[in-house]
Design a protein around this ligand. Sequence first.
Ligand SMILES: Cc1cc2nc3c(=O)[nH]c(=O)nc-3n(C[C@H](O)[C@H](O)[C@H](O)COP(=O)(O)O)c2cc1C
Length: 195
Amino acid sequence: MKIFIVYCHPSQDSFTKNMCDAFIKGIIDSGNEYIMSDLYKMNFNPVITEQEYIRDANYRNFPEVASDVLEEQEKINSADAIAFIYPVFWTEAPAMLVGWFDRVWSYGFAYGNKTMKLLDKAIILCSAGNSIERLEQFGLLDSMKKVMLGDRLYDRAKQLEFVVFDNTSRENELRTKNWETNLQKAYEIGKIFFD
Ligand SMILES: Cc1cc2nc3c(=O)[nH]c(=O)nc-3n(C[C@H](O)[C@H](O)[C@H](O)COP(=O)(O)O)c2cc1C
């Protein structure tokens, strides 16, 4: 299986980067292959233009999408599965990834008379500074899941999964205590999820 990883974190010095590397190692060890968009490294432009907005808002598939958007759409359609890896920022994905959806999930590709293929699997791996208990307190975890699984991914993949690595705040002693266990978990997910 070919997995397209959409990775979004501003810093190499992060738990999320290490978690992504462990996940990739699992993919390789399972005999699967991957391609990746590292949005910060690519300096991906997440800001939808007026022209793009008018195109999508009026349900038109003209003019052609921009070349950077087309490249992302081609990566999706060349893959069997997709994985999103990011840190939670204000109960959402980082703005660059949110903008990636604004632009790449365009009319005629992700909705409407869509050309996006039905993927076999989709997984979200995110890190959160807070504990799961805190994220569940006001339904924050449910909100994140609803947006990612119920809206952005929805029926675009046959199997959906949402994984949170919690307590990763630098103020929290569990960040260091759980570090190796969490990387092992990311590795195992990479190894078994795509079989
Ligand atoms: C701008 C910003 C907003 C954040 N918002 C949240 C949040 O809403 N919920 C949460 O649990 N953690 C939040 N965090 C914490 C990050 O998710 C946490 O720093 C990250 O997962 C730690 O991993 P890292 O080493 O990969 O950066 C936020 C961090 C930043 C910098």
